[in-house]
Design a protein around this ligand. Structure first.
Ligand SMILES: Cc1cc2nc3c(=O)[nH]c(=O)nc-3n(C[C@H](O)[C@H](O)[C@H](O)COP(=O)(O)OP(=O)(O)OC[C@H]3O[C@@H](n4cnc5c(N)ncnc54)[C@H](O)[C@@H]3O)c2cc1C
Length: 385
């Protein structure tokens, strides 16, 4: 019987996780050199944590997770931040698994959860389409039932790390004759299914994480439907809620802020009152966000989801991340224009990369402008016509 980590005191728990990270976390993955683990590195990280008994802190124990209290999950995050660990997308564990636990069949849970835990299978999220991003419900990729299969045709875009993924969860249109939200289903597909093609898109940061995916008569078994036919919108909404909790975290702002601190020291601006004022304001805003985030995550774990607060927190977190990255560029002056890491006080800082990671954060997981509309409508009712 594995030990119940919840029974450890917070200090003891923190000490154990910290010691494990210090002994095992690969040096070459520590920021600011690497920002996100991808492909085989991501698989290796999941394997390492699984074998050492640290994988899936939020999953219930019956599914092989640690079933940790929120307090202990936050301790794990804090220690990873302290140790400067790279980000991990982990769409399988963080986005798909909660959906399978809530809406999936026992067969689907048996088939997919274990490989996610072990790091054997990576997933990607196929929601957005060329003309359906903010207005996701207008999606046009179709899945037509044929015998005991669905036949999928259409295109997805901006699918993060699709080229490294083994499987994809996809929103598809299964009924065109009803209100648009009522004709969507949530299905699973293997990335190597015939007719499915991935095309990476090179972005301004010289990375090709984002991909286009083309479906041409892609046949998947009917048993790959998650939840009821045409109920995919309900499933998708639950998943987007989970995603917004993660995207409302202060982690990225904190990581960028640490770099800002080094830079301000390195360029000798510690005596500049204007600069320290701006840095202090950013610090206070990060701490405010951290307090809000832990309250919201705590409430969410108790099953109390306030969608207005979730949307607001995503907006606050990503705006703040951009403000910190903007300040980095301001302080760096002309060095900010370089397409390579900048050496400041003996430290190599990749400012351009931080800036490039911050820019799209107000777009993904629901564009901030749209989030603001949703939050305003929730709080104040629809606008008068
Ligand atoms: C880095 C990154 C990673 C992503 N990863 C994934 C992924 O893994 N899987 C996936 O499915 N998708 C992913 N996306 C896509 C993302 O979900 C969409 O980009 C997002 O939903 C916005 O949709 P869009 O790009 O079509 O922009 P649009 O919806 O066309 O919006 C364009 C602009 O118009 C504004 N706008 C649109 N509607 C309104 C409105 N009603 N009121 C006010 N302003 C409005 C938006 O705020 C935005 O500034 C990713 C995007 C990025 C940038």
């Amino acid at each position: 019987m594995p030990e119940d980590l919840n029974l450890l005191s917070n200090d003891e728990f923190r000490g154990r996780w910290r010691a494990w990270l210090e002994a095992n976390y690969p040096e070459e993955w520590r920021i600011p050199i690497v920002f996100r683990l991808m492909g085989d590195d991501e698989r290796r990280w999941h394997r390492m944590t699984y074998q050492a008994g640290w994988r899936a802190p939020a999953w219930p124990k019956e599914y092989g997770g640690l079933g940790l209290s929120l307090e202990k999950q936050l301790i794990m995050h804090q220690e990873m931040e302290r140790h400067k660990c790279a980000r991990v997308l982990d769409s399988g564990a963080l986005l798909l698994a909660p959906v399978l636990m809530k809406y999936g069949t026992q067969e689907q849970r048996d088939r997919y959860l274990k490989p996610i835990l072990r790091g054997d299978e990576l997933w990607c999220q196929g929601y957005s389409e060329p003309n359906s991003g903010s207005d996701l419900a207008s999606l046009r990729t179709t899945a037509v039932p044929e015998g005991d299969e669905f036949v999928i045709n259409g295109q997805k875009i901006w699918t993060t790390l699709a080229a490294q993924a083994d499987r994809i969860f996809v929103l598809v249109r299964t009924n065109k004759d009803v209100k648009k939200q009522a004709g969507i289903s949530f299905v699973l597909a293997d990335m190597d299914t015939p007719g499915l093609t991935v095309r990476p898109i090179m972005n301004l940061a010289d990375e090709d994480e984002l991909c286009e995916i083309f479906f041409e008569n892609v046949r998947i078994p009917a048993e790959n439907l998650v939840g009821e036919l045409n109920q995919g919108w309900t499933v998708a909404k639950a998943l987007l809620g989970d995603e917004r909790i993660a995207n409302g975290a202060p982690t990225l702002s904190r990581q960028a802020f640490e770099v800002l601190e080094q830079l301000v020291r390195g360029v000798g601006l510690l005596d500049d009152l204007g600069e320290t004022d701006r840095v202090a304001q950013l610090y206070c805003d990060i701490e405010d966000l951290a307090a809000l985030h832990s309250q919201v995550a705590d409430a969410a774990i108790r099953g109390e989801i306030d969608n207005a607060v979730l949307g607001l927190m995503k907006v606050l977190a990503t705006d703040l991340f951009q403000r910190v990255s903007d300040e980095l560029l301001r302080v760096a002056g002309e060095d900010a224009g370089l397409r390579k890491p900048v050496g400041v006080a003996g430290v190599e800082l990749d400012l351009r990369k931080i800036y490039m990671i911050a820019r799209p954060s107000t777009i993904y997981a629901g564009a901030n402008e749209v989030q603001r509309n949703i939050v305003a409508t929730m709080l104040m009712g629809p606008a008068a016509k």
